[in-house]
Design a binder for this molecule. Sequence first.
Ligand code: ZN
Length: 134
Amino acid sequence: MKPTHIEHIGIAVANLEESIAYYEKVLGLSCYAIEEVKDQRVKTAFFWVGQTKIELLESTDPEGPIGKFIEKKGPGIHHIAFAMANATEALKEAEAQGVQLIDKQSRAGAEGLKIGFLHPKSTGGVLTELCSKE
Ligand code: ZN
C-alpha cells in the first residue's frame, strides 16, 4: 500500500469555536465545513492547507472517543490520516502484515470518505487513519 498524501491531521480540541478562531485569525486559514459525525460523537471543522486538511474534533459526549482522549491527554494532535486509493483494501493489507486494526472494515467518516483506523500499539503510538473516496 502507498498513500498518495496526508489527507488530514486530526486535532482534538476542547472548544471548536475558540479553535476555529485561532486557525482563522492566527494562521489565516478559513474553515470551509463544520460537520457532526454522530457515531463518533464529535463535531468536526475543516481547513485546507495545500492538499492536506486540518480536522478539528470537538467531543459531543464525554464518553465518546475524543471525550476520553481529552480527559486522558488533554487537547492536541489526535491522529494522522493518509489518503489511499482504497481504504478497505489498505486495511486488509495492513492486517496481513500483522498490524492491529481498530476497524476491520472501512466505514463512513466525515466528508463522505471511507475510513478505518490502525491501532497505535502497532504504529509506534500514532493513531493512524486510512481513508479513500471509494
Ligand atoms: Zn480523521
